[in-house]
Each structure stands twice: as C-alpha cells, then as structure tokens.
Write a protein that binds this ligand. Structure first.
Ligand SMILES: Nc1ncnc2c1ncn2[C@@H]1O[C@H](COP(=O)(O)OP(=O)(O)OP(=O)(O)O)[C@@H](O)[C@H]1O
Ligand SMILES: [Mg+2]
Length: 273
C-alpha cells in the first residue's frame, strides 16, 4: 500500500514512483496508451495515497483519475531536476553543475546548476525514433524484440567512418568518428546487412546525435559532466556504450543513473504531500 505516489505521464511511458509504509521506494511503468491500467493500479491498492503528477500527458491522465480531486501537478523539468538531484545523492555522486539529456520519446537538454536549471534545447531524435524507424526497417513493433535484435547487430556496414573516407591519407580528426550514419548503406554496396545491423545503426544515430549536442552544450557552458537519463537507456547497454565512448572521446564525463527513466516520477514523489 502506497502512502505517496509520483507519476510522470510521458509521451510513451507513464512512470510511477511510490513509497510504501516502510518508506521503501518502488518503481513501475505502464504504456501511456493504457491510462486505464494506471487508474486500475491506483484504484486496486493505492486509492488513499496522495498523488503528484508531472509529464506532458499529465492532463490527459488526470481526466482518467476523476475520483482523485485536485491532483497537484509539477512542471516536468522541475520534477526531472529534483529527481536527478535525489538520484545523485542516493548514488553518492557529487555533481553540482552538469548538462542533463532526457532521452525520452524525444530528447530534451538542460543545464543544471547548484540552485537553478534551464532548458537549452533538444532534438526529436530519441526513444520514439528507435521504435518508429526500427518498425519501418524490420516490421517488428515490440520494444523488447527491437532492443534484443539491435544488440547482435554490427554497424560497420551501415555507417561510414572518417577512416573509411580518408583511408591512408593523413586524418584531420579521429578516424573512428562516424562520418555518416547510414551512409554505408549507399556506399558499401558489396556488403550484406541484416535487420539487426540496421537496428544497431539506429541506436548509433540516437546515441551520437544526443551525445554530440550535449558535448557542444557542455563546451558552451563550461561544464564537464553530462548526465544521461530517460527510459530509452533502460536495458539498453548498446546505447549507453555509444554515448559513453562519444562523450569520453570529447573529454567529458558521462553519468548514468540507475533507474534511468524515473527521475521525473521520483521528483513528483518528492513533491507530493
Ligand atoms: N516497455 C517499453 N515500451 C516501449 N518503449 C520503451 C519501453 N521501455 C523502454 N522504452 C523506450 O523508452 C522510450 C520512452 O522513454 P521515456 O519513458 O523516458 O519517455 P516519455 O517520458 O514517455 O516521453 P517524453 O518525455 O518525450 O514525453 C521509448 O521511446 C522506448 O525507446
Ligand atoms: Mg519523459
């Protein structure tokens, strides 16, 4: 039985964080296309708990929870920031200034200072891109199937590296950088490619676009650490590795938080009373 509940109703997933009577933290998620399941979960065991909502689809979810009058709402970016700070503390990570990339359905990029935060920008390249493009290229729609297939893929025939172009010429930049994501499909015509290769190529686009934007933001704001969050990283070591290596290559420190997708829900939970 929950006493307090924080809910982050996102474009794809609705994340829930709650404390039980022993003040132990529990986390779970539902598809945002199934708000009825969220309502059923609350009604079945937790109807007495105080709730705080956040996320872009909070208003839509509120309509489902009509029995719960006047549910408080906290702005998504405020909730996310509060959640990130709580998670950093829990993991004993000391970080007061960082770029934060929330890789959700799309990606939002923020600057976190000790006592303030601001949104710097974002990109439509995110977790929705993986599911959407993945479905076009493989016909699969299950997230779990897409993720596990992407893990066995190989990007070498999909992408063009700087070293593929320069070959034995003197390299002006690191040869292992991607010169063109998916450019190999057009230029490496003799090579065979599998669906798994395409999927790992999509992960490459997402990881490299997001990391590149964050690195530029970190340079502009003189920040060394980049915190990557969002459910797109959940059970997705391939994406984490792409992001980690790109970020480190540019001498920035990548930070991943356990329970990547739950910062907003945890932040809303901290605000519930
Ligand atoms: N069980 C799942 N079903 C569907 N997508 C999943 C699942 N688990 C992880 N994902 C990935 O997580 C992404 C959604 O991440 P997240 O929950 O952080 O975004 P969101 O909050 O719903 O969206 P936004 O913040 O952009 O409104 C999906 O696009 C997908 O790539
Ligand atoms: Mg979100």
């Amino acid at each position: 039985m929950a006493t307090k509940i924080g809910i982050d109703a996102g474009g794809t997933l609705t994340k829930i964080a709650y404390w039980d009577e022993k003040m132990e933290l529990h986390l779970l998620s539902f598809l945002s296309s199934n708000f009825q399941a969220v309502k059923d979960w609350i009604d079945s065991n937790h109807s007495l708990a105080s709730i705080c909502l956040t996320g872009g689809r909070a208003e839509q979810l509120k309509k489902y929870l009509i029995s719960q009058k006047d549910i408080p709402y906290i702005v998504e970016f405020d909730a996310t920031m509060a959640g990130v700070k709580h998670q950093l503390k829990q993991q004993n990570i000391h970080c007061e200034k960082a770029i934060i990339a929330n890789i959700g359905t799309g990606t939002s990029i923020h600057l976190m200072n000790e006592n303030s935060h601001s949104r710097l920008g974002g990109t439509g390249i995110g977790g929705g891109t993986f599911i959407g493009l993945g479905q076009v290229l493989t016909g699969l729609s299950s997230y779990e199937e897409l993720i596990s297939l992407s893990k066995i893929g190989n990007r070498s025939s999909i992408d063009i590296l700087v070293s593929d172009i320069y070959e034995s010429n003197k390299l002006p930049i690191n040869g292992s950088l991607t010169a063109s994501n998916f450019g190999g499909v057009a230029l490496k015509t003799a090579e065979k490619r599998s669906e798994a290769d395409y999927l790992s190529g999509i992960q490459g686009i997402i990881g490299e676009v997001v990391a590149s934007l964050c690195i530029q933001a970190a340079d502009a704001y003189h920040v060394n650490s980049i915190i990557y969050i969002g459910s797109t990283l959940e059970n997705n070591n391939l994406l984490k590795e792409i992001i980690r290596s790109y970020t480190q290559l540019k001498d920035k420190e990548p930070i991943f938080l356990g329970k990547n997708g739950y910062s907003g829900a945890i932040g809303a939970l901290l605000e519930s009373n």
